[in-house]
Design a protein around this ligand. Structure first.
Ligand SMILES: [Zn+2]
Length: 288
């Protein structure tokens, strides 16, 4: 178990870590600015390797409450036709499923799968390839999908149709009748509430967990680095709406600082757990 929040156990389901792209490509504001690059390394030393590559974990969080088993995000998955990065294409890796087993859970035990957004590395294990067909990995689960992401990604492909990852990892779940489209501060059981944080994608949500006075917040992709707590204005290359994403980061960080919640950064360097405190006009992430 990673941490316990009141009656809710939170388990990390780590699929892999990778050096994804050059730091200055991921954060365009750092390009040609050595001072900004030095500040980033200072704030997130384990997120940049010796070659200047940006290094991240790809992980899900599994919540076990007395009443529900909830999977937050679904990593990249196996057998997917992703073109970039190459590490995400046609994976044949059982580490994700082994992580579920280690948490004492089988796919049939999962009540809810929540995708914080419908990007390839958050939806992959929604489905698995069985006899040449994509089927839901979690046979009894309701899949909660942000409604605005569904509207966006079902027509965001090159020909005006769905993206490839939507076709492989989202559409089969909808076809199986297991999808519920959610928006706003949707409540999921007694302990979990969605926190709208649009910008990275149109419907992106973060996650708020509360039990017996304890609290945790899961970033999803509202931010990707501890460095963005100090500099929420730094643009991230794959945010759909950069201004809205920056606004959502400030709002999320305000909630995190005010509540004193444990913060789980979905792509923050392992162990990806800490707290956020206000610091002047910005914030600071401290591992905890
Ligand atoms: Zn994303």
């Amino acid at each position: 178990m990673l941490i316990r929040i009141g009656d809710v156990e939170i388990w990390r389901i780590l699929e892999h870590e990778l050096a994804m792209a050059p730091l200055v490509r991921v954060y365009p504001d750092l390009d040609g600015d050595p001072d900004a690059q030095a500040l980033f390394r200072d704030l997130a030393p384990r997120q940049v390797d010796a070659d200047g590559m940006w290094v991240i974990p790809v992980q899900s969080f599994l919540l076990k409450s007395p009443s529900h088993v909830i999977l937050i995000d679904a990593c990249v998955g196996n057998d997917k036709s992703v073109s970039q990065p190459p590490e995400w294409a046609n994976r044949t890796d059982d580490r994700f499923l082994a992580g579920l087993t280690a948490a004492g859970v089988t796919p049939g035990d999962v009540d809810y799968v929540l995708c914080t957004h419908l990007h390839v590395d958050h939806t992959g294990w929604n489905t698995r390839l069985l006899d040449g067909r994509w089927v839901p990995t979690f046979p009894k689960a309701r899949y909660l999908l942000p409604a605005e992401d569904n509207a966006h990604f079902s027509v965001a492909g090159p020909d005006g149709g769905p993206t490839l990852s939507f076709s492989e990892s989202v559409a089969p779940v909808i076809a199986a009748g297991q999808a519920d489209f959610v928006s706003g501060a949707h409540a999921l059981g007694d302990h979990v509430t969605l926190v709208p944080a649009p910008g990275h994608t149109p419907g992106h949500v973060s996650v708020h967990i509360q039990s017996n006075g304890a609290q945790a917040l899961i970033t999803g992709d509202a931010m990707h680095s501890p460095a963005q707590c100090a500099r929420p204005d730094w643009r991230f290359a794959w945010d759909v709406d950069t201004a809205q994403a920056a606004e959502s980061r400030v709002k999320f960080l305000g909630l995190a600082a005010e509540s004193g919640a444990k913060v789980l950064g979905s792509h923050f360097p392992l162990p990806s757990v800490g707290r956020v405190t206000a610091k002047g006009n910005a914030f600071r992430f401290t591992e905890d």
